[in-house]
Design a protein around this ligand. Structure first.
Ligand SMILES: C[S@@+](CC[C@H](N)C(=O)[O-])C[C@H]1O[C@@H](n2cnc3c(N)ncnc32)[C@H](O)[C@@H]1O
Length: 243
């Protein structure tokens, strides 16, 4: 099991900031997600769940699950005999997920408040662990991937779905105009907190490239790391296997 250490104060400060930020937009998160992604987020999640190679009866972990859209997609793949654990730092996000699960009758999703950097599970518990649009938000990316790797069984997959700066020179300026210029305004119109949607482009700018994230996954002990560029590379699915 990975050694548990007191984490640096800067990491805890980022976690508190991120938790407050998501608590402040939790009620609008789903609507804003659909608006700013032109509803593409649903097909990105479907792609990632297919790549997870899950079977009925499996156990899956959704790290930083938020309001649970990735968890529900996983829940469909593992079926009633399987289970999905949805973990997030921010109780208001989880609470919305719980209510959605009750409305959908998704009884195979278990909700838990917890930290991606210190997952409260035994090693080799899950058939797969995913993290969607959240690696940018965690305070320690390497540690999060290591924790996801630790709790996945041998042969299982660790998957990140994330917005990554596109590599295409032609597409990059368009992307920059949308993300930096238009997105905060659009989010504002739909009731999003402006701060949250200026934070988003900043967090993407500061985040790793595709290659850097692949290397982090390899360093965590994953093998056969593959990158799938979705919707002109705006979003990447990184899939690694634990041997
Ligand atoms: C952009 S949302 C993504 C939610 C969800 N995965 C999705 O696909 O819609 C980012 C989420 O990461 C969570 N988060 C950030 N840091 C975390 C951490 N260290 N541990 C657990 N959750 C965290 C936030 O609370 C928030 O719900």
């Amino acid at each position: 099991m990975a050694e548990r250490k007191e984490r640096p104060r800067s990491e805890r400060a980022k976690e508190q900031y991120v938790e407050r930020l998501f608590a402040s937009i939790a009620a609008r998160y789903d609507l804003l997600n659909s608006v700013i992604s032109f509803n593409r987020h649903k097909s990105w999640r479907r792609f990632a769940v297919k790549a997870a190679g899950l079977a009925p009866g499996n156990m899956a972990l959704d790290v930083a699950a938020g309001t649970g859209d990735f968890s529900f997609e996983l829940a469909g793949a593992v079926g009633g005999s399987g289970e999905v654990v949805a973990l997030d730092l921010c109780p208001p996000m989880i609470e919305i997920g719980r209510r959605k699960a009750a409305r959908r009758g998704a009884a195979n999703v278990r909700w838990t408040v917890g930290n991606a950097a210190d997952l409260p599970f035994r090693a080799e518990t899950f058939d797969c662990a995913v993290i969607g649009f959240a690696l940018r938000n965690v305070a320690n990316v390497q540690r999060t991937i290591e924790e996801m790797t630790r709790v996945v069984k041998r042969g299982g997959r660790v998957i990140s779905l994330e917005i990554i700066r596109p590599t295409s020179r032609l597409f990059r300026p368009l992307w920059a105009v949308y993300f930096n210029g238009l997105l905060p305004g659009i989010a504002g119109i739909f009731g999003g907190k402006r701060e949250a949607y200026t934070y988003l482009p900043e967090s993407v700018k500061r985040f790793y490239s595709r290659q850097e994230l692949s290397q982090i996954m390899l360093d965590a002990g994953l093998t056969d790391v593959r990158v799938h560029a979705l919707t002109m590379g705006v979003v990447c699915a990184h899939v690694g296997v634990k041997l």
